[in-house]
Design a protein around this ligand. Structure first.
Ligand code: 13P
Length: 245
């Protein structure tokens, strides 16, 4: 089994100064857990501060990346720039990017390929909205989204299943809901990547917190979590990390 990945998504929170204070607090109190990797996905401006201040062994990454290599794309951040800060990961295709910036599956795949070409591991997000779940079409929808988002993408990837109705709402999918989708995603990954699919980590995201993380991550196909709200305060992060022991 691959290591469990506790991936934090700060979203648009924390200035570089606040990021530094968070990292210093983590450094004081962090106790690594065997088999658990901790990684912080932060705004690009915070990454240098994290590089300088995170405890050893804690990874970090970006929350989006350009689908282009470099050039006249004002405001964009390239994969090479993220890599140069020391980043390991980059979140791609988060539902907030898909919704507010109309990102398509094809763009998500192009970004993931750009990330891999520059030595970053993409964390590719998929997941259905409430209307799809209410129709019972969550598996078919999510697998279709996955297929488009991973077209031409190599096996050095992490997949995050984040049902949109569970993000920031306090409504967590049950551990069985998470496993239903994670198992279906695993099957699709086997079709695409063969034996390598066994070492691809599948995360669950959506209202994860210290109280529910252990149950969700105890499921056979769930290899970690992508956490928004509960990632902002160090004690919550320590609580989630300790709960994965
Ligand atoms: P919350 O943990 O705040 O529900 O956010 C989940 C998420 O979108 C992580 O990417």
């Amino acid at each position: 089994m691959p290591n469990t990945l506790l991936a934090l998504n700060w979203k648009m929170n924390k200035t570089p100064t606040e990021a530094r204070a968070w990292a210093e607090e983590l450094k004081e109190k962090y106790v690594p857990v065997d088999g658990v990797e901790l990684a912080v996905m932060a705004p690009a401006l915070d990454l240098s501060s994290l590089a300088a201040n995170l405890p050893a062994g804690v990874e970090f990454g970006g929350q989006d990346v350009s689908e282009h290599e470099s050039g006249a794309y004002t405001g964009e951040i390239s994969a090479a720039m993220l890599k140069d800060t020391g980043a390991t990961y980059v979140v791609i295709g988060h539902s907030e990017r898909r919704d507010y910036h109309q990102e398509t599956d094809a763009q998500v795949a192009a970004k993931a390929k750009q990330a891999q070409a520059n030595g970053l591991v993409p964390i590719v997000c998929v997941g259905e909205k409430l209307d799809v779940r209410e129709k019972g079409e969550q598996v078919a929808f999510t697998l279709r989204q996955l297929e488009g988002s991973l077209a031409g993408v190599g096996a050095e990837v992490v997949v995050a299943y984040e049902p949109v109705w569970a993000i920031g709402t306090g409504k967590t999918a049950t551990a069985d809901d998470a496993e239903e989708l994670a198992a279906a995603i695993r099957e699709a990954l086997k079709q695409q990547y063969g034996a390598k699919a066994g070492s691809i980590r599948i995360l669950y995201g959506g209202s994860v917190k210290p109280e529910n993380i252990a149950e969700i991550c105890s499921k056979p196909n769930v290899n970690g979590a992508l956490v928004g709200g509960a990632s902002l305060k160090v004690p919550d992060v320590l609580g989630m990390n300790a709960a994965l022991k």
